[in-house]
Design a protein around this ligand. Structure first.
Ligand SMILES: *[C@@H]1O[C@H](CO)[C@@H](O)[C@H](O)[C@H]1NC(C)=O
Length: 578
């Protein structure tokens, strides 16, 4: 998961974040909304949604709590493996073995960089897996994909049932500055509560948890798979997955066919987040698209004692300055899973009334959407879930103090939100390119189209830096699988893991669709199924767990939840009742 995937969770625990990072918190933002309302910054009608296009509201009153059609609460799904779950969560002897095995996984340095070409360290991780999980290797068909990708296939006896697939990745990001770490990033030390080390949270906990679940199922004699099970582990997720997941996706599509998988669950936010006064399971059911553009300015150059008023560096600077000062507009379309998030949070959560009202009406009422969009503007959590982001990430140009620069270029990264597409990005590039071309009388070509021919002063060309990616097709929240999956999550946390947290009924467990700002390996799995979920068992605050930062950790509790949740999940979907 890339860093920005995680960032949005940072506001999950407003207290800790506020104390530790001093960033804007949800609570502060709620106050801000109230303050803004008080001084009339928002349209006055937001307290009385009477927009003509508001539906399902005939009496003019606000929605009541029982009016919950927008976001149905999943029905609990009976837990098949209660005994095994409780054993995994509580048995001390079992825990000892789990701790030892997981600690070992953290001692293997599976760090990758953007430009890594030698992945041979991954072989050590393979060796570790084979040694630690012998029953999985004995029982499954094991495929090594593009050398270090791993696919474990447990064939099912009923070919009419599509297999379920569970994904994770074995690579980690680098450690950064070693002096920022309080202890060795690869010690795998367990302090009685937490495991310390790079990759603990992202995402060896999940990968090893899946292996533990499968190993224990087999050890418990539960290997009569009726529905096939696939475990798929990439090895360069942190560098976009072109070596691992991409080849795994192709392999599975070739072997099983397109749309041959029932559902894929990959890494994502933890399933149990203490957030905004309730417990949330934010299931990532879509991903933003992206496009990287190169902007290049060429001028004739020459001796710097006789310069023109503007060099190619000056010209591109004007472009970049204008571009950064013209952010993309916030937008919330029904297709964006965040629409579902607001509906669920509004109906079931403890949001301030103006925001709750906006959430309930946003799908049909532009004014309600505007309330949310204004709210998102200064909110780190929401800002880039509701707008396309832009970041100037590379700049090159100039070679000598006394010669004019000829060719200068910059690369701009965009993460495209639902409701925008690559054309949104192209038209902004063309707009600012035109300003610069006219001002300096140079040519302009945008996406291979010549808007102004090259002049003797020079030329600007804006083109793709790499292939763009569309926004992911959102996973439906109406499917049978969504109901079953979310029902399992609800039963698991409310009845098996944290029954005491639900005794007073003061907080709800709200299961919502959502998106994140970055991508996972699942972009390579789009052809395999429409049911793609990015979420993982656990209850820690992933921001506190320093994912991608120094001193990354994961707690044993989260690791045991990974094992027990997937033990039950695989049994539920795939193991035949005796
Ligand atoms: C998915 O299917 C399309 C159409 O057959 C194909 O062009 C594309 O390469 C496939 N994607 C992957 C990641 O395999």
């Amino acid at each position: 998961m890339s860093f920005h995937d995680i960032k949005y969770i940072e506001l999950g625990d407003s207290k800790t974040v506020e104390e530790k990072r001093g960033v804007f918190t949800v609570k502060k933002l709620v106050l801000l909304v109230f303050a803004a309302l008080a001084v009339g910054l928002f349209h006055p009608s937001i307290n009385c949604f009477t927009g003509v296009d508001t539906v399902a509201k005939t009496d003019g009153s606000s929605f009541s709590a029982s009016d919950s059609a927008l976001c149905p609460i999943p029905s609990k799904v009976p837990i098949k493996e209660h005994d095994a779950i409780q054993y995994i969560l509580t048995d001390n002897e079992y825990k000892k073995d789990v701790i030892e095995r997981f600690s070992k996984s953290l001692q293997i340095e599976t760090v990758i960089y953007d430009d890594t070409t030698d992945y041979s360290e991954m072989q050590k991780f393979h060796d570790y897996l084979e040694e630690s999980f012998p029953l999985v290797y004995k029982t499954a068909d094991v495929y090594k994909i593009n050398t270090y990708g791993l696919v474990f296939h447990f064939p099912g006896s009923n070919e009419d049932l599509k297999p379920i697939m569970l994904a994770a990745h074995m690579d980690t990001v680098p450690i950064g500055d070693p002096s920022d770490w309080k202890e060795s990033p690869f010690s795998g030390r367990f302090d009685g509560d937490k495991f310390h080390g790079r990759g603990a949270s992202d995402c060896k906990n999940l990968l090893v948890g899946l292996m533990e679940a499968a190993e224990k199922l087999i050890a418990d004699g539960k290997s009569n798979f009726e529905r096939g099970v696939i475990l798929a582990f990439g090895y360069d997720e942190e560098a976009s997955g072109w070596q691992g997941a991409h080849h795994i996706g192709e392999f599975i599509e070739k072997k099983f066919g397109a749309n041959s998988i029932e559902a894929i669950v990959d890494e994502g936010p933890v399933m149990f987040l203490d957030f905004m006064g309730d417990y949330y399971s934010m299931i990532i059911s879509g991903e933003k698209g992206y496009s990287d553009l190169t902007v290049e300015v060429d001028t004739p150059g020459g001796h710097s004692s006789l310069p023109k008023d503007h060099t190619s560096i000056g010209m591109i600077s004007k472009f970049i300055y204008d571009y950064e000062n013209d952010p993309f507009e916030a937008i919330l379309v029904p297709e964006n899973p965040m629409m579902g998030f607001f509906e669920c949070a509004a109906e079931q959560g403890h949001l301030p009334k103006p925001l709750a009202d906006a959430g309930k009406n946003a799908r049909f009422d532009e004014k309600a959407r505007d309330v949310i969009l204004s709210y998102s503007h200064d909110n780190t959590f929401l800002k880039y879930l509701l707008r396309t982001s832009q970041a100037i990430d590379i700049i090159n140009g100039g070679d000598k103090a006394n010669s004019l620069p000829r060719s200068v270029s910059a690369v701009i990264n965009h993460r495209i939100v639902y409701g925008n597409d690559v054309d949104t990005v192209w038209s902004k590039a063309a707009k600012h390119g035109t300003t610069v071309a006219k001002k300096y009388n140079i040519g302009l070509t945008v996406n291979d189209e010549v808007l102004f021919p090259e002049t003797e002063n020079g030329n600007m060309v804006i083109s793709y830096f790499g292939p763009p990616l569309k926004t992911a097709k959102p996973t439906s929240t109406k499917s049978e699988f969504w109901g079953e999956f979310t029902g399992l999550i609800k039963s698991f946390y409310e009845d098996e893991v944290y029954p005491e947290k639900f005794e007073t009924g003061s907080k709800n467990f709200i299961i919502t669709p959502s998106i994140m700002t970055g991508n996972t390996d699942t972009r390579h799995y789009w052809n395999l199924t429409d049911n793609i979920f990015r979420v993982q068992p656990g209850s820690l605050n992933m921001f506190e767990a320093n994912v991608h930062g120094p001193n990354e950790w994961v707690d044993l509790e989260t690791h045991l939840q990974s094992i027990s949740f997937y033990y039950n999940y695989i049994s539920h979907f795939s193991i035949k009742e005796e």
